[in-house]
Design a protein around this ligand. Structure first.
Ligand code: GTR
Length: 335
């Protein structure tokens, strides 16, 4: 055997020994580090929105509690696409986590419409009472058959109309105005029932559509109206609070192929903690946002005929909640 061949054999014996036993440094065996798992979370809001801050808190908690074994990177500002496309990708596992409006998720899980019926909640506390009850748990778990794990609820505030044309004080002032709504059948029918013309479209297209006159306005909560800069092109904001749409922090069921049951429990606990963080942040920033918008020149108007709004949308209850009348009754009766 030639010298070259002998040394090659020796090198491969040594390499095999190092790879199977770990290399020794002055006698101490270096333990192989567990593999770090990287996940992506899709968010459409920009980084200064209270909800994006909560997504990041969730990611921070997961990294801390798993001692850096699981890292969730938050992609904000629609970097991973609009909500509708994100939802499909999360279902099929191309995106691991997302925070979505329930309005979007209800398109594939229609039972969720019950929780976004117009004027179903008296106020934010009433909504949270429902979300934190067995009703909230039932609906959060009800998306499992769609390949989704519902992790936590986030606050989406109350949604109201804003437009570029005129101040709206009554239901009849809305007539003839053209509004963008979410790509949700319930939202389309709700806006029509209130006498408006409706165009469903993705959130990211709203600013330029108002600017170019394709639509007169849209509807949303204060933090979104502010951080999307829609106030720049539609200064008339009417507090009609026609709907409160809870938001959901969601994981793809496909993450279960990459993590253990214990890790899932950690993730779920962190999500619930981030829910409390988001709710607190929301409460503070919603008020700050309203104040800031007034300073920036938005004309913010209270409606004069709330009952007329409530009456106009009542037929939607028959259409969307007929199979859940018992739950609707329980929600309405919650003190
Ligand atoms: C926001 C909500 C988003 C999205 C957006 C919209 O309030 O947080 O998830 O639904 O409204 O109107 O598209």
């Amino acid at each position: 055997m030639k010298l070259k061949q002998i040394s090659r054999i020796w090198i491969s014996i040594i390499m095999t020994f190092i790879l199977t036993t770990g290399c020794s440094d002055q006698g101490a065996t270096v333990v192989k580090q567990p593999e770090v798992i990287y996940f992506r979370l899709a968010e459409i809001h920009p980084s200064d929105h209270p909800t994006t801050k909560a997504d990041k808190e969730f990611a921070r908690l997961v990294e801390e509690r798993t001692k850096g074994r699981i890292i969730i990177k938050v992609y904000d500002s629609e970097q991973l696409g609009p909500e509708k496309a994100v939802l499909d990708q999360v279902r099929f596992g191309a995106i691991d986590f997302t925070r979505l409006s329930m309005g979007q998720v209800a398109e594939i899980s229609p039972q969720l419409n019950v929780l976004q019926l117009p004027y179903i909640y008296r106020d934010s506390d009433h909504m949270w009472q429902v979300l934190n009850s067995d009703i909230g748990d039932f609906f959060l778990e009800s998306i499992e058959d769609k390949g989704l794990i519902g992790l936590a609820w986030y606050d989406g505030g109350a949604r109201s109309f804003y437009n570029s044309v005129r101040e709206v004080k009554t239901l009849s002032d809305l007539e003839g105005l053209k509004f963008r709504v979410m790509e949700s059948q319930l939202m389309v029918e709700m806006a029509r029932a209130l006498g408006t013309s409706v165009i469903p479209m993705a959130y990211g297209e709203v600013y330029s559509s108002i600017q170019t006159g394709v639509i007169d306005g849209a509807e949303n909560n204060f933090p979104s109206y502010e951080t999307s800069l829609h106030y720049e092109v539609a200064k008339y904001f009417t507090i009609d609070e026609h709907v409160r749409v809870p938001e959901m922090l969601i994981a793809s069921k496909k993450i279960l192929d990459r993590i253990t049951e214990e890790d899932l429990e950690i993730i779920m606990a962190c999500a619930k903690e981030s829910e409390i963080y988001q709710r607190d942040k929301w409460r503070i920033e919603e008020k700050e946002s309203e104040k800031k918008l007034r300073e920036l020149g938005s004309i913010i108007t209270e409606i004069e005929d709330r009952e007329a709004f409530v009456e106009a949308v009542r037929p939607l209850y028959d259409r969307y909640a007929n199979d859940y009348l018992e739950i609707v009754k329980r929600i309405q009766e919650m003190e």
